[in-house]
Design a protein around this ligand. Structure first.
Ligand SMILES: Cc1cc2nc3c(=O)[nH]c(=O)nc-3n(C[C@H](O)[C@H](O)[C@H](O)COP(=O)(O)OP(=O)(O)OC[C@H]3O[C@@H](n4cnc5c(N)ncnc54)[C@H](O)[C@@H]3O)c2cc1C
Length: 429
Protein backbone atom coordinates (compact mmCIF):
# COMPACT_ATOMS: atom_id res chain seq x y z
CA UNK A 1 0.00 0.00 0.00
CA UNK A 2 1.55 3.36 -1.06
CA UNK A 3 1.58 6.51 1.09
CA UNK A 4 -0.23 8.39 -1.68
CA UNK A 5 -1.98 7.72 -4.96
CA UNK A 6 0.14 10.41 -6.62
CA UNK A 7 3.16 12.51 -5.69
CA UNK A 8 3.58 15.74 -7.68
CA UNK A 9 7.12 17.13 -7.77
CA UNK A 10 7.19 20.90 -8.18
CA UNK A 11 4.59 23.41 -7.01
CA UNK A 12 4.80 25.78 -9.96
CA UNK A 13 1.63 26.43 -11.94
CA UNK A 14 1.80 23.01 -13.65
CA UNK A 15 2.28 21.00 -10.46
CA UNK A 16 -0.14 22.97 -8.30
CA UNK A 17 -2.88 22.70 -10.94
CA UNK A 18 -2.28 18.99 -11.29
CA UNK A 19 -2.39 18.49 -7.51
CA UNK A 20 -5.57 20.57 -7.26
CA UNK A 21 -7.34 18.52 -9.95
CA UNK A 22 -6.13 15.21 -8.50
CA UNK A 23 -7.38 16.14 -5.02
CA UNK A 24 -10.71 17.32 -6.43
CA UNK A 25 -10.94 13.97 -8.22
CA UNK A 26 -10.68 12.16 -4.89
CA UNK A 27 -7.08 10.91 -5.11
CA UNK A 28 -4.65 11.23 -2.22
CA UNK A 29 -1.92 13.64 -3.35
CA UNK A 30 1.35 14.96 -2.02
CA UNK A 31 2.77 18.13 -3.59
CA UNK A 32 6.48 18.78 -2.93
CA UNK A 33 8.57 21.84 -3.72
CA UNK A 34 12.19 22.66 -2.97
CA UNK A 35 11.39 26.34 -2.36
CA UNK A 36 10.68 27.68 1.13
CA UNK A 37 7.13 28.17 -0.17
CA UNK A 38 5.39 27.28 -3.42
CA UNK A 39 6.50 29.78 -6.05
CA UNK A 40 9.31 31.21 -3.92
CA UNK A 41 11.91 30.48 -6.62
CA UNK A 42 9.72 30.76 -9.69
CA UNK A 43 10.17 33.25 -12.49
CA UNK A 44 7.96 34.33 -15.33
CA UNK A 45 7.81 37.42 -17.49
CA UNK A 46 4.54 38.07 -16.03
CA UNK A 47 1.54 37.50 -18.27
CA UNK A 48 -0.90 34.68 -17.68
CA UNK A 49 -3.37 33.90 -20.48
CA UNK A 50 -6.36 33.01 -18.33
CA UNK A 51 -8.22 30.48 -20.50
CA UNK A 52 -6.65 27.30 -19.15
CA UNK A 53 -6.99 28.11 -15.44
CA UNK A 54 -10.47 29.48 -16.15
CA UNK A 55 -11.44 25.97 -17.27
CA UNK A 56 -10.13 24.49 -14.02
CA UNK A 57 -11.40 27.19 -11.66
CA UNK A 58 -14.07 29.35 -13.30
CA UNK A 59 -13.86 32.96 -12.14
CA UNK A 60 -10.43 32.40 -10.54
CA UNK A 61 -9.28 35.95 -11.30
CA UNK A 62 -11.81 37.32 -8.82
CA UNK A 63 -10.12 35.38 -6.01
CA UNK A 64 -6.52 34.98 -7.09
CA UNK A 65 -3.71 37.49 -6.51
CA UNK A 66 -3.59 38.65 -10.14
CA UNK A 67 -2.04 42.06 -10.62
CA UNK A 68 -3.75 43.75 -13.59
CA UNK A 69 -5.88 42.73 -16.59
CA UNK A 70 -3.91 43.45 -19.75
CA UNK A 71 -5.66 46.02 -21.94
CA UNK A 72 -2.70 47.55 -23.74
CA UNK A 73 -0.11 45.82 -25.91
CA UNK A 74 2.92 47.40 -27.48
CA UNK A 75 5.72 45.99 -29.58
CA UNK A 76 8.79 48.16 -30.16
CA UNK A 77 11.58 47.72 -32.68
CA UNK A 78 14.63 49.44 -31.26
CA UNK A 79 18.00 50.64 -32.43
CA UNK A 80 20.50 51.91 -29.87
CA UNK A 81 18.84 55.32 -29.75
CA UNK A 82 15.42 55.01 -31.40
CA UNK A 83 12.26 52.94 -31.21
CA UNK A 84 9.26 52.39 -33.47
CA UNK A 85 6.25 51.11 -31.56
CA UNK A 86 2.97 49.48 -32.48
CA UNK A 87 0.50 50.30 -29.74
CA UNK A 88 -2.78 48.41 -29.38
CA UNK A 89 -5.15 49.54 -26.66
CA UNK A 90 -8.61 48.14 -26.03
CA UNK A 91 -9.72 49.03 -22.49
CA UNK A 92 -13.18 47.47 -22.73
CA UNK A 93 -12.00 44.49 -24.75
CA UNK A 94 -10.55 41.17 -23.66
CA UNK A 95 -12.85 41.26 -20.64
CA UNK A 96 -14.40 37.84 -21.26
CA UNK A 97 -12.74 35.75 -18.53
CA UNK A 98 -11.60 33.06 -20.98
CA UNK A 99 -9.89 35.50 -23.35
CA UNK A 100 -8.50 37.80 -20.67
CA UNK A 101 -4.89 37.84 -19.60
CA UNK A 102 -3.41 39.07 -16.35
CA UNK A 103 -0.05 40.15 -15.09
CA UNK A 104 1.05 38.00 -12.16
CA UNK A 105 3.88 37.81 -9.65
CA UNK A 106 4.75 34.17 -9.17
CA UNK A 107 5.66 34.23 -5.49
CA UNK A 108 2.13 35.35 -4.64
CA UNK A 109 0.30 33.58 -7.44
CA UNK A 110 1.91 30.15 -7.03
CA UNK A 111 1.48 30.26 -3.26
CA UNK A 112 -2.22 30.98 -3.77
CA UNK A 113 -2.62 28.16 -6.34
CA UNK A 114 -0.84 25.64 -4.11
CA UNK A 115 -3.07 26.83 -1.27
CA UNK A 116 -6.13 26.02 -3.40
CA UNK A 117 -4.70 22.53 -3.94
CA UNK A 118 -4.30 22.17 -0.17
CA UNK A 119 -7.88 23.32 0.40
CA UNK A 120 -8.97 20.65 -2.09
CA UNK A 121 -7.29 18.02 0.11
CA UNK A 122 -3.72 17.76 -1.14
CA UNK A 123 -0.76 17.63 1.28
CA UNK A 124 1.84 20.31 0.53
CA UNK A 125 5.40 20.14 1.84
CA UNK A 126 7.95 22.95 1.29
CA UNK A 127 10.88 22.96 1.33
CA UNK A 128 11.31 19.40 0.12
CA UNK A 129 13.95 18.81 -2.52
CA UNK A 130 13.34 15.56 -4.37
CA UNK A 131 16.71 13.95 -5.06
CA UNK A 132 15.59 10.95 -7.03
CA UNK A 133 12.72 8.73 -7.99
CA UNK A 134 12.14 5.65 -5.85
CA UNK A 135 12.18 2.30 -7.65
CA UNK A 136 10.62 -1.00 -6.64
CA UNK A 137 11.60 -3.91 -8.90
CA UNK A 138 12.38 -1.38 -11.63
CA UNK A 139 8.98 0.27 -11.28
CA UNK A 140 8.68 3.94 -10.19
CA UNK A 141 7.19 3.75 -6.72
CA UNK A 142 7.60 7.23 -5.25
CA UNK A 143 10.37 9.72 -4.49
CA UNK A 144 13.34 10.19 -2.21
CA UNK A 145 13.69 13.65 -0.69
CA UNK A 146 16.64 13.94 1.68
CA UNK A 147 16.14 11.33 4.40
CA UNK A 148 12.50 10.82 3.46
CA UNK A 149 11.25 8.01 1.29
CA UNK A 150 7.71 8.60 0.12
CA UNK A 151 5.76 6.04 -1.86
CA UNK A 152 3.07 6.60 -4.47
CA UNK A 153 1.40 4.67 -7.26
CA UNK A 154 2.28 7.40 -9.74
CA UNK A 155 4.49 10.49 -9.94
CA UNK A 156 3.86 13.72 -11.85
CA UNK A 157 7.06 15.54 -12.75
CA UNK A 158 6.35 19.27 -12.69
CA UNK A 159 9.88 20.23 -11.74
CA UNK A 160 10.48 22.82 -14.44
CA UNK A 161 12.79 23.16 -17.41
CA UNK A 162 15.85 21.55 -15.81
CA UNK A 163 13.88 18.49 -14.65
CA UNK A 164 16.85 16.64 -13.24
CA UNK A 165 14.50 13.79 -12.35
CA UNK A 166 13.33 13.29 -15.95
CA UNK A 167 16.96 13.38 -17.06
CA UNK A 168 18.00 10.86 -14.38
CA UNK A 169 15.31 8.55 -15.73
CA UNK A 170 16.43 9.04 -19.32
CA UNK A 171 13.03 10.54 -20.12
CA UNK A 172 14.45 13.87 -21.20
CA UNK A 173 17.73 14.58 -23.00
CA UNK A 174 20.26 17.15 -21.77
CA UNK A 175 19.19 20.72 -22.51
CA UNK A 176 20.54 22.06 -25.79
CA UNK A 177 21.95 25.61 -25.76
CA UNK A 178 20.22 26.07 -29.11
CA UNK A 179 16.75 25.34 -27.74
CA UNK A 180 17.01 27.21 -24.46
CA UNK A 181 17.00 30.91 -23.66
CA UNK A 182 17.95 32.59 -20.43
CA UNK A 183 15.94 35.45 -19.01
CA UNK A 184 16.72 37.94 -16.28
CA UNK A 185 14.15 40.12 -14.64
CA UNK A 186 13.79 42.94 -12.15
CA UNK A 187 10.68 43.83 -10.21
CA UNK A 188 10.70 47.60 -9.85
CA UNK A 189 8.40 49.28 -7.38
CA UNK A 190 6.46 52.39 -8.38
CA UNK A 191 3.31 53.99 -6.95
CA UNK A 192 0.08 52.76 -8.55
CA UNK A 193 -0.81 56.26 -9.74
CA UNK A 194 2.54 56.75 -11.41
CA UNK A 195 2.11 53.46 -13.28
CA UNK A 196 -1.42 54.39 -14.38
CA UNK A 197 -0.32 57.82 -15.61
CA UNK A 198 2.91 56.63 -17.23
CA UNK A 199 1.28 53.79 -19.16
CA UNK A 200 -2.07 55.50 -19.77
CA UNK A 201 -4.05 52.93 -17.79
CA UNK A 202 -7.23 53.13 -15.74
CA UNK A 203 -7.36 51.38 -12.36
CA UNK A 204 -6.87 47.63 -12.72
CA UNK A 205 -5.79 47.85 -16.36
CA UNK A 206 -2.38 46.60 -17.37
CA UNK A 207 0.17 47.01 -20.14
CA UNK A 208 2.27 44.32 -21.82
CA UNK A 209 5.27 45.65 -23.70
CA UNK A 210 7.73 43.68 -25.83
CA UNK A 211 10.98 45.09 -27.25
CA UNK A 212 13.07 43.68 -30.10
CA UNK A 213 16.36 44.71 -31.66
CA UNK A 214 18.93 46.65 -29.64
CA UNK A 215 17.94 45.15 -26.25
CA UNK A 216 19.35 41.75 -27.24
CA UNK A 217 22.31 43.30 -29.05
CA UNK A 218 21.20 41.76 -32.35
CA UNK A 219 21.03 38.27 -30.81
CA UNK A 220 17.87 36.18 -30.83
CA UNK A 221 15.84 37.48 -27.91
CA UNK A 222 14.04 40.53 -26.64
CA UNK A 223 12.89 42.59 -23.72
CA UNK A 224 9.59 42.70 -21.87
CA UNK A 225 7.82 44.98 -19.45
CA UNK A 226 4.59 44.13 -17.64
CA UNK A 227 2.77 46.46 -15.28
CA UNK A 228 1.75 45.07 -11.90
CA UNK A 229 -0.37 46.94 -9.34
CA UNK A 230 2.51 48.77 -7.72
CA UNK A 231 5.51 47.47 -9.62
CA UNK A 232 6.87 46.76 -13.07
CA UNK A 233 8.30 43.44 -14.26
CA UNK A 234 11.15 44.35 -16.59
CA UNK A 235 13.25 41.66 -18.22
CA UNK A 236 15.38 40.49 -21.08
CA UNK A 237 15.53 37.02 -22.65
CA UNK A 238 18.33 35.86 -24.99
CA UNK A 239 19.18 32.40 -26.35
CA UNK A 240 21.93 30.63 -24.46
CA UNK A 241 23.69 29.72 -27.71
CA UNK A 242 23.70 33.35 -28.89
CA UNK A 243 25.12 34.56 -25.59
CA UNK A 244 27.84 31.92 -25.59
CA UNK A 245 28.86 32.73 -29.17
CA UNK A 246 28.91 36.47 -28.69
CA UNK A 247 30.62 36.24 -25.31
CA UNK A 248 28.24 38.92 -24.08
CA UNK A 249 27.09 39.01 -20.47
CA UNK A 250 23.31 39.11 -20.05
CA UNK A 251 23.48 41.45 -17.00
CA UNK A 252 25.48 43.98 -19.08
CA UNK A 253 22.87 43.82 -21.85
CA UNK A 254 20.14 44.26 -19.28
CA UNK A 255 21.80 47.37 -17.82
CA UNK A 256 22.04 48.86 -21.33
CA UNK A 257 18.38 47.98 -21.96
CA UNK A 258 17.35 49.82 -18.80
CA UNK A 259 19.22 52.92 -19.99
CA UNK A 260 17.66 52.93 -23.47
CA UNK A 261 15.84 56.25 -24.07
CA UNK A 262 12.56 54.37 -24.67
CA UNK A 263 12.85 52.40 -21.41
CA UNK A 264 14.61 54.65 -18.89
CA UNK A 265 11.66 57.08 -18.51
CA UNK A 266 9.29 54.15 -17.87
CA UNK A 267 11.24 52.91 -14.85
CA UNK A 268 12.50 56.27 -13.60
CA UNK A 269 12.21 56.71 -9.84
CA UNK A 270 11.46 53.01 -9.30
CA UNK A 271 13.00 50.98 -6.46
CA UNK A 272 14.44 47.54 -7.17
CA UNK A 273 12.49 44.93 -5.20
CA UNK A 274 13.73 41.68 -6.69
CA UNK A 275 16.19 40.32 -9.25
CA UNK A 276 15.87 36.86 -10.77
CA UNK A 277 17.05 34.77 -13.70
CA UNK A 278 15.67 31.59 -15.23
CA UNK A 279 15.86 29.36 -18.30
CA UNK A 280 13.08 29.27 -20.91
CA UNK A 281 12.43 26.28 -23.22
CA UNK A 282 12.16 27.76 -26.71
CA UNK A 283 12.81 24.77 -28.94
CA UNK A 284 9.13 24.14 -29.71
CA UNK A 285 7.44 20.93 -30.80
CA UNK A 286 10.62 19.08 -31.76
CA UNK A 287 12.00 19.29 -28.24
CA UNK A 288 8.98 17.84 -26.41
CA UNK A 289 10.20 14.61 -24.79
CA UNK A 290 8.18 11.46 -24.33
CA UNK A 291 5.73 12.63 -21.69
CA UNK A 292 4.65 9.23 -20.43
CA UNK A 293 6.25 6.14 -18.97
CA UNK A 294 5.06 3.50 -16.51
CA UNK A 295 3.77 5.26 -13.36
CA UNK A 296 5.02 8.70 -14.43
CA UNK A 297 3.86 11.73 -16.39
CA UNK A 298 5.71 14.95 -17.29
CA UNK A 299 3.99 18.36 -17.37
CA UNK A 300 4.74 22.05 -17.96
CA UNK A 301 8.26 23.32 -18.56
CA UNK A 302 9.67 19.91 -17.61
CA UNK A 303 8.05 18.80 -20.88
CA UNK A 304 9.33 21.90 -22.76
CA UNK A 305 5.78 23.15 -23.32
CA UNK A 306 6.50 26.77 -24.14
CA UNK A 307 5.94 28.91 -27.22
CA UNK A 308 7.61 32.20 -28.09
CA UNK A 309 6.21 33.78 -31.24
CA UNK A 310 7.88 37.13 -30.78
CA UNK A 311 4.54 38.87 -30.17
CA UNK A 312 3.29 36.44 -27.51
CA UNK A 313 5.18 34.35 -24.96
CA UNK A 314 3.25 31.41 -23.55
CA UNK A 315 4.26 28.78 -21.06
CA UNK A 316 1.97 29.13 -18.08
CA UNK A 317 -1.27 28.38 -19.94
CA UNK A 318 0.36 25.24 -21.39
CA UNK A 319 1.71 24.27 -17.97
CA UNK A 320 -1.72 24.61 -16.34
CA UNK A 321 -3.53 22.69 -19.09
CA UNK A 322 -0.95 19.90 -19.10
CA UNK A 323 -1.21 19.63 -15.30
CA UNK A 324 -4.97 19.33 -15.61
CA UNK A 325 -4.79 16.68 -18.36
CA UNK A 326 -2.22 14.64 -16.44
CA UNK A 327 -4.58 14.70 -13.45
CA UNK A 328 -7.58 13.65 -15.55
CA UNK A 329 -5.60 10.72 -16.93
CA UNK A 330 -4.51 9.58 -13.47
CA UNK A 331 -8.03 9.92 -12.05
CA UNK A 332 -9.32 7.77 -14.89
CA UNK A 333 -6.55 5.21 -14.24
CA UNK A 334 -7.41 5.08 -10.54
CA UNK A 335 -11.12 4.69 -11.23
CA UNK A 336 -10.42 1.89 -13.72
CA UNK A 337 -8.63 -0.31 -11.21
CA UNK A 338 -5.39 1.52 -10.50
CA UNK A 339 -3.39 0.45 -13.53
CA UNK A 340 -0.79 3.20 -14.10
CA UNK A 341 1.19 1.45 -16.81
CA UNK A 342 2.35 3.38 -19.86
CA UNK A 343 -0.40 1.96 -22.05
CA UNK A 344 -3.04 3.44 -19.74
CA UNK A 345 -1.21 6.71 -19.06
CA UNK A 346 -0.78 7.26 -22.82
CA UNK A 347 -4.27 8.74 -22.49
CA UNK A 348 -2.44 11.88 -21.30
CA UNK A 349 -0.70 12.25 -24.67
CA UNK A 350 -4.00 11.70 -26.50
CA UNK A 351 -5.69 14.36 -24.38
CA UNK A 352 -2.83 16.74 -25.11
CA UNK A 353 -3.09 16.02 -28.84
CA UNK A 354 -6.80 16.80 -28.81
CA UNK A 355 -6.25 20.04 -26.88
CA UNK A 356 -4.85 23.44 -27.77
CA UNK A 357 -1.52 22.47 -26.19
CA UNK A 358 -0.18 20.14 -28.87
CA UNK A 359 -2.37 21.66 -31.58
CA UNK A 360 -0.74 25.07 -31.00
CA UNK A 361 2.73 23.58 -30.69
CA UNK A 362 2.12 21.87 -34.06
CA UNK A 363 0.64 24.97 -35.72
CA UNK A 364 3.72 26.95 -34.72
CA UNK A 365 6.25 24.17 -35.24
CA UNK A 366 8.32 26.40 -37.55
CA UNK A 367 8.29 29.38 -35.19
CA UNK A 368 11.60 28.58 -33.42
CA UNK A 369 13.49 28.59 -36.76
CA UNK A 370 11.70 31.73 -37.90
CA UNK A 371 12.45 33.78 -34.82
CA UNK A 372 16.10 32.85 -35.28
CA UNK A 373 16.21 34.79 -38.56
CA UNK A 374 18.40 37.81 -37.92
CA UNK A 375 16.17 40.46 -39.58
CA UNK A 376 14.05 41.13 -36.51
CA UNK A 377 17.02 41.86 -34.32
CA UNK A 378 19.05 44.18 -36.55
CA UNK A 379 17.78 44.77 -40.11
CA UNK A 380 14.17 45.76 -39.29
CA UNK A 381 14.90 48.08 -36.37
CA UNK A 382 17.42 49.92 -38.60
CA UNK A 383 14.93 49.95 -41.47
CA UNK A 384 12.14 51.37 -39.32
CA UNK A 385 14.48 53.93 -37.78
CA UNK A 386 15.53 55.04 -41.29
CA UNK A 387 12.00 55.24 -42.70
CA UNK A 388 10.51 57.11 -39.76
CA UNK A 389 13.50 59.45 -39.43
CA UNK A 390 13.07 60.33 -43.13
CA UNK A 391 9.31 60.81 -42.84
CA UNK A 392 9.34 62.96 -39.74
CA UNK A 393 12.42 65.10 -40.41
CA UNK A 394 11.79 68.44 -42.13
CA UNK A 395 14.95 70.34 -43.06
CA UNK A 396 13.64 72.99 -45.45
CA UNK A 397 15.26 71.15 -48.39
CA UNK A 398 12.83 70.52 -51.31
CA UNK A 399 10.56 67.62 -50.27
CA UNK A 400 10.25 64.27 -52.07
CA UNK A 401 7.30 61.87 -52.09
CA UNK A 402 7.17 59.37 -49.24
CA UNK A 403 7.73 56.43 -51.60
CA UNK A 404 11.03 58.00 -52.73
CA UNK A 405 12.11 58.03 -49.12
CA UNK A 406 10.93 54.52 -48.36
CA UNK A 407 12.17 52.63 -51.45
CA UNK A 408 15.88 53.31 -50.96
CA UNK A 409 15.54 52.17 -47.36
CA UNK A 410 13.82 48.95 -48.41
CA UNK A 411 16.49 48.31 -51.06
CA UNK A 412 19.23 48.88 -48.52
CA UNK A 413 17.59 46.42 -46.12
CA UNK A 414 17.63 43.81 -48.91
CA UNK A 415 14.42 43.08 -50.78
CA UNK A 416 15.31 39.38 -51.13
CA UNK A 417 15.66 38.94 -47.37
CA UNK A 418 12.46 40.88 -46.72
CA UNK A 419 10.50 38.77 -49.18
CA UNK A 420 11.92 35.58 -47.69
CA UNK A 421 11.06 36.71 -44.15
CA UNK A 422 7.52 37.55 -45.22
CA UNK A 423 7.17 34.14 -46.83
CA UNK A 424 8.73 32.22 -43.95
CA UNK A 425 6.92 34.32 -41.36
CA UNK A 426 3.61 33.62 -43.06
CA UNK A 427 4.26 29.90 -42.67
CA UNK A 428 5.67 30.08 -39.16
CA UNK A 429 3.78 32.58 -37.04
C1 LIG B 1 11.98 35.34 -18.15
C2 LIG B 1 10.75 34.53 -18.47
C3 LIG B 1 9.64 35.14 -19.03
C4 LIG B 1 8.49 34.38 -19.28
N1 LIG B 1 7.34 35.02 -19.69
C5 LIG B 1 6.19 34.34 -19.75
C6 LIG B 1 4.94 35.01 -19.89
O1 LIG B 1 4.86 36.24 -19.89
N2 LIG B 1 3.81 34.25 -20.01
C7 LIG B 1 3.85 32.88 -19.94
O2 LIG B 1 2.79 32.23 -20.03
N3 LIG B 1 5.01 32.21 -19.77
C8 LIG B 1 6.17 32.92 -19.65
N4 LIG B 1 7.34 32.25 -19.38
C9 LIG B 1 7.31 30.78 -19.26
C10 LIG B 1 6.66 30.36 -17.96
O3 LIG B 1 7.17 31.09 -16.87
C11 LIG B 1 6.88 28.86 -17.72
O4 LIG B 1 6.46 28.16 -18.87
C12 LIG B 1 6.13 28.37 -16.51
O5 LIG B 1 6.61 29.00 -15.36
C13 LIG B 1 6.26 26.86 -16.36
O6 LIG B 1 5.63 26.46 -15.16
P1 LIG B 1 6.00 25.06 -14.48
O7 LIG B 1 5.09 24.94 -13.31
O8 LIG B 1 6.02 24.00 -15.50
O9 LIG B 1 7.51 25.22 -14.02
P2 LIG B 1 8.17 26.16 -12.92
O10 LIG B 1 7.40 27.40 -12.76
O11 LIG B 1 9.61 26.27 -13.28
O12 LIG B 1 8.00 25.32 -11.57
C14 LIG B 1 8.82 24.21 -11.30
C15 LIG B 1 8.76 23.97 -9.79
O13 LIG B 1 9.45 22.78 -9.49
C16 LIG B 1 10.23 22.98 -8.31
N5 LIG B 1 11.31 21.98 -8.34
C17 LIG B 1 12.26 21.82 -9.29
N6 LIG B 1 13.05 20.77 -9.00
C18 LIG B 1 12.56 20.23 -7.85
C19 LIG B 1 12.96 19.13 -7.05
N7 LIG B 1 13.97 18.33 -7.41
N8 LIG B 1 12.26 18.89 -5.91
C20 LIG B 1 11.22 19.68 -5.55
N9 LIG B 1 10.81 20.74 -6.28
C21 LIG B 1 11.48 21.01 -7.42
C22 LIG B 1 10.68 24.42 -8.41
O14 LIG B 1 11.03 24.96 -7.15
C23 LIG B 1 9.43 25.08 -9.00
O15 LIG B 1 8.53 25.53 -8.01
C24 LIG B 1 8.49 32.98 -19.08
C25 LIG B 1 9.63 32.36 -18.54
C26 LIG B 1 10.74 33.12 -18.20
C27 LIG B 1 11.91 32.45 -17.53
Amino acid sequence: MSDYDVIVVGAGVAGATSAYCLAKGGLSVLLLDRGDAAGAKNVTGGRLYAHSLERVMPGFAGRAPVERRVTRETISLMTADSSVTIDFQKPGGMSDPASASYTVLRAEFDAWLAGEAEKAGCDLVCPAHVDRLLKDNGRIAGVVAGDDTLTADAVVLADGINSLLARQEGLKPELSAHAVAVGCKEIIELPERVINDRFNLAEGEGAARLFAGAPSGGLVGGGFLYTNKTSLSLGLVVTVEGLARSRTRLPDMFEAFKKHPAVAPLIEGGALLEYSAHLVPEGGLKTIPDLVSDNILIVGDAANLCLNLGYTVRGMDFAIASGQMAAETLIEAKNNGGDYSKGVLDGYWRRMEDSFVLKDMKTYKNAPEFIERPGTYNVYPELMDGIFSDLFTITGEPAVLARKKIWPRLRKAGMGGLAMDLLKGGNAI
